[in-house]
Design a protein around this ligand. Structure first.
Ligand SMILES: CC(C)(COP(=O)(O)OP(=O)(O)OC[C@H]1O[C@@H](n2cnc3c(N)ncnc32)[C@H](O)[C@@H]1OP(=O)(O)O)[C@@H](O)C(=O)NCCC(=O)NCCS
Length: 136
């Protein structure tokens, strides 16, 4: 399985609006892309995907298969993503999340992200909250 295929499988399991395999292949082909796949016994169980461009990072996706949640994998993926952003000289990280995604918001706040704005009705049925974290 290619990395794009692994991400595609995880996307389908974890999101109602999964990225297509072609979008993932294009994303992974860019040198700006940062992604980490967590595997357990050779099987992909979680990932984080984002970009670093001109000193600013953006986290697009972080997800863990349902049956592997609450074991610290999300925490670990976030820590490794932030480390890689620093390695690539990013100074700030941004992300956007549904306002009712309480597990993800708890993970972001625990990791030191702060709410900077809200886009009302961005998802139609929910608002988008923008978070940012300064790296040092
Ligand atoms: C968000 C997500 C990645 C967390 O992964 P995880 O492996 O379960 O996370 P961890 O076990 O490392 O927990 C890290 C922190 O996340 C938060 N968290 C995770 N699950 C939570 C839950 N069910 N309720 C509240 N907080 C939760 C907590 O702050 C937790 O820290 P704690 O254990 O000290 O309380 C996972 O819930 C997921 O895949 N959700 C679906 C995909 C998604 O919505 N991604 C975000 C948008 S891209």
């Amino acid at each position: 399985m290619t990395d794009a295929e692994k991400l595609s499988m995880l996307e389908k399991e974890c999101f109602s609006d999964p990225w297509s395999l072609t979008s993932l292949e294009n994303q992974l082909a860019s040198p700006r892309t940062v992604y980490i796949i967590c595997e357990e016994e050779g099987e992909p169980v979680g990932y984080v995907l984002g970009t670093v461009v001109c000193g600013e990072a953006e986290l697009y996706r972080i997800a863990v298969l349902d049956r592997f949640r609450r074991r610290g994998i999300g925490d670990r993926l976030m820590a490794e993503f932030l480390e890689e952003c620093l390695t690539r000289s990013a100074e700030k990280v941004f992300l956007e999340v549904r306002s009712r995604n309480f597990s993800a918001i708890s993970l972001y706040e625990k990791t030191g992200f702060e709410r900077i704005s809200v886009r009302k009705g961005y998802y139609g049925d929910d608002d988008a909250v923008i978070f940012a974290k300064i790296l040092n």
